[in-house]
Ligand binder design. Structure first.
Ligand code: SAM
Length: 231
């Protein structure tokens, strides 16, 4: 059967499988090579334990497992954490998953490397940003590194162009739209909105709302993000 199911959902982050499919174009192997290169070039300590902030589906788990590195994922989403925990269990690796807010958190054991991917720096104010950096500093061993991906935007004054992409995989077609809106130039504040139209190719248990059009998984990235360049 080939039909479109319809649902209205607040956040793509409630659907980790769709999130993974939507971002399956990523080359996580290459991304991990970039981490390796950073360790080689900049880390003054050997990296045995890492922390991912806004960890989501924890896309680099396999790579860490292969390297014998212990992983800590921190996220506010119970659903994302549950999904990633299951993947770690299947890999039989040592991993810890914490439901916490990156703005202010404490680890019981420090890490050698912390990282935030895909611009997932969810802070709204300078005081939140400072609190975030304090938390990361607390969490790191002395001379540990903090890696920020796409969190420092040097062209924040103009909104980034709208991006569209489509993924067809595992009997699902996902049409993605990424929009960026500058909320305050003075405050260097932007709001990013990710919308996913999901079409599945067989009968599912997903609740139908009306008929005939695409699912809409909208992840209005909740916090407008203040760019770290500011401090
Ligand atoms: C774009 S996803 C990134 C996931 C993953 N790091 C990756 O590379 O695919 C952002 C994640 O940040 C989480 N998140 C949002 N606000 C957060 C906060 N204040 N503290 C911790 N995690 C947060 C969301 O639940 C979501 O799983």
């Amino acid at each position: 059967m080939h039909r479109e199911d319809v649902m209205r959902i607040m956040s793509l982050y409630d659907f980790p499988r769709y999130y993974d499919l939507a971002f399956s174009f990523r080359d996580t192997h290459h991304e991990t090579q970039v981490f390796d290169e950073c360790f080689r070039r900049f880390s003054k300590i050997s990296v045995r334990r890492v922390l991912e902030l806004g960890s989501g589906t924890s896309p680099h788990l396999e790579a860490w497992e292969k390297r014998g590195i212990e992983y800590v994922g921190l996220d506010t989403s119970r659903v994302m954490l549950g999904y990633a925990r299951k993947r770690a269990r299947n890999l039989g690796m040592i991993a810890t998953f914490l439901k916490d807010d990156m703005k202010n958190f404490h680890l019981t054991r420090p890490v050698d490397f912390a990282y935030t991917m895909l611009g997932s720096l969810f802070v709204k104010t300078t005081s939140d940003l400072r609190s975030h950096f304090r938390s990361v500093a607390r969490a790191l061993n002395p001379r540990g590194l903090y890696f920020l991906d796409w969190c420092v935007n040097f062209q924040w004054k103009e909104a980034a162009p709208v991006q569209h992409w489509t993924v067809r995989k595992e009997k699902v077609r996902i049409r993605m739209k990424f929009e960026s809106e500058v909320l305050s130039r003075v405050g260097q504040m932007v709001r990013n909105t990710l919308t996913a139209g999901v079409k599945r190719c067989w009968q599912t248990t997903v609740p139908r709302v009306g008929g005939g059009c695409s699912n809409c998984l909208s992840s209005r990235v909740p916090s407008a993000r203040r760019r770290s360049r500011q401090v």
